[in-house]
Design a protein around this ligand. Structure first.
Ligand SMILES: Cc1cc2nc3c(=O)[nH]c(=O)nc-3n(C[C@H](O)[C@H](O)[C@H](O)COP(=O)(O)O)c2cc1C
Length: 479
């Protein structure tokens, strides 16, 4: 059913529906009037909100072609496909064809075992370019070609992903072209496992799959069904080509297009450490996971990103200029040096206080001193300084970590700090937000409060970036 018809028959306005799924009224109007297609994720939300009445297919422009397989808009992407040695490798030929039909640049690496299933000749003929097979090929390695191969793409897809290749990747091996490229890439990695059900169910494979997911790879499938071997069925079948295409779109184009291209975004993340003496400091439980996820999402949306982070135990996001700082004063200095910017998002949990005295030597415990007094002074307010400063970015977002009266405090803070939006979250200890992987936030804007359901911090990041892009685009339209 068309979205417009569904809204009409249910008596729901575009505005209410937009609020329900966390987008803008302008976006819903564009979708209603078939002037735009939703991203995969937005289509999913609409599907959910309409209880399956409005499906992703309802947005597609129909073509007369017999094969109008709609899913997976991979157009404009540069895909590096790795074909490993599994029977499902024959399906990868079709995957290459479908990618090319969608104006997608495809380059292919075939493992040694993969060449027992598909030949470089047939892969090259379908891909329109010769596949890469050898790490030590002097024709491509004269300028360390495997690093170029790892970098010059938007997504690396492994289909089929064998048990063996997953084991190697989970353990950081790099003894052939496929694994060296997978280790060297900073692009998102999508794996389509395909193997015998016993192999898939084996605890070693399950451990490796979990490890790879924890490392940030995305898995599509495997599905349940008949295997190529006679009388073998179960979970282990490679995902079908349309599913892989949809997953490629989801992974490589989380925003549909480079929605923040040309923008400079400054993001702060993590805690700050305020020294008491050379060995002790005041800190908080922030892990930096949310701020780093926002930086990653902003970079994937095409923005130039400067991330200013306090001390954290997580890696720098790829494609982001990361500046490491310790204290609130350092963070403010790094942020102001990175200006001007179009957008600033202050997700760091900056310590409100620092010790008044800078002590050069470790403070010793005195046997007769039962109490110890530290005099604290207020740290600079980074959000307020930037939001009210002369070099203010066009759009400024603050974060508020609260343990009580979250919304009330957030509304007051938005006004007091002079930021455009405020993302509030309840960081009470029982909720496990600080350091955890999920977050349930409230977005306080100039017009109201949106309560977002609990979701992974990466999802919060993507949704926030999309929301910012939609807002700026609507602003431009109405200007
Ligand atoms: C006929 C045949 C079919 C195979 N099918 C699969 C498979 O579907 N999935 C898998 O993980 N391994 C499969 N294997 C085993 C892999 O080919 C083997 O583990 C190889 O070392 C994988 O190398 P690669 O990961 O470097 O491509 C198969 C082997 C043979 C001989």
């Amino acid at each position: 059913m068309k979205l417009a018809s569904w809204l009409k028959s249910n008596g729901i306005s575009a505005r209410d529906f937009a609020a329900r799924i966390g987008t803008t009224e302008a976006t819903i109007s564009r979708l209603k009037n078939a002037r735009a297609q939703p991203s995969f994720e937005l289509a999913e939300k609409i599907l959910e909100a309409t209880a399956g009445a409005v499906t992703p297919n309802d947005f597609l422009k129909r073509t007369s072609s017999a094969d109008a397989t709609p899913s997976g808009d991979t157009s404009g992407l540069r895909v590096l496909l790795i074909i490993a040695g599994g029977i499902a490798a024959y399906k990868s030929l079709d995957l290459i064809r479908r990618l090319r039909e969608r104006d997608t640049q495809v380059r292919v690496v075939i493992t040694r075992a993969g060449q027992a299933f598909v030949t470089p000749l047939s892969v090259g003929a379908i891909a329109g370019t010769a596949p890469y097979t050898d790490l030590f090929d002097p024709r491509t390695e004269f300028d360390v070609g495997h690093i170029r191969l790892a970098r010059d793409n938007d997504v690396v897809v492994v289909a089929p992903a064998t048990a063996d290749l997953m084991a190697k990747l989970a353990h950081g091996h790099a003894d052939d072209l496929a694994t060296a490229v997978l280790l060297a890439t900073n692009s998102p990695v999508l794996l389509a496992p395909a193997m015998n059900p016993q192999m898939w169910a084996h605890p070693a494979t399950q451990r490796n799959a979990q490890r790879l997911t924890d490392d940030g790879a995305v898995l599509v499938g495997p599905n349940e069904g008949e295997m190529a071997e006679v009388n073998e069925a179960g979970v282990g079948r490679m995902a079908e080509v349309p599913e892989i295409l949809a997953a490629v779109e989801r992974v490589a184009k989380p925003f549909g297009s480079k929605v923040l291209a040309g923008k400079h975004v400054i993001i702060t993340s993590g805690p700050t450490h305020e020294p008491i003496d050379p060995v002790r400091y005041i800190a908080n439980r922030s892990s930096g996971k949310q701020g780093h996820a926002i930086a990653q999402a902003a970079a994937r949306s095409g923005a130039r990103v400067t991330l200013v982070t306090g001390p954290v135990d997580i890696p720098d996001p790829s494609g982001v200029a990361t500046i490491h700082v310790e204290s609130a004063e350092d963070m403010l200095e790094a942020v102001t040096s990175a200006l001007p910017a179009d957008i600033a998002i202050f997700a760091a949990a900056v310590a409100d206080w620092r010790t008044q005295k800078k002590v050069a030597q470790k403070m010793k415990k005195q046997a007769d001193t039962k109490k110890m007094k530290l005099t604290l002074v207020q740290n600079p307010d980074i959000l307020k300084t930037v939001a009210k400063g002369s070099d203010r970015p066009e759009f400024v977002i603050g974060f508020a970590a609260e343990t009580e009266n979250v919304i009330k405090a957030a509304k007051a803070k938005r006004r007091a700090k002079g930021c455009d939006w405020l993302v509030a979250n309840d960081v009470g200890h029982a909720r496990g937000v600080m350091g955890g992987d999920v977050n349930a936030v409230h977005l306080v804007t100039e017009t109201g409060v949106e309560d977002w359901p609990e979701m992974g911090k990466h999802k919060v990041a993507e949704r926030l970036i999309r929301r910012i892009a939609d807002h700026l685009a609507t602003d431009k339209e109405t200007a």
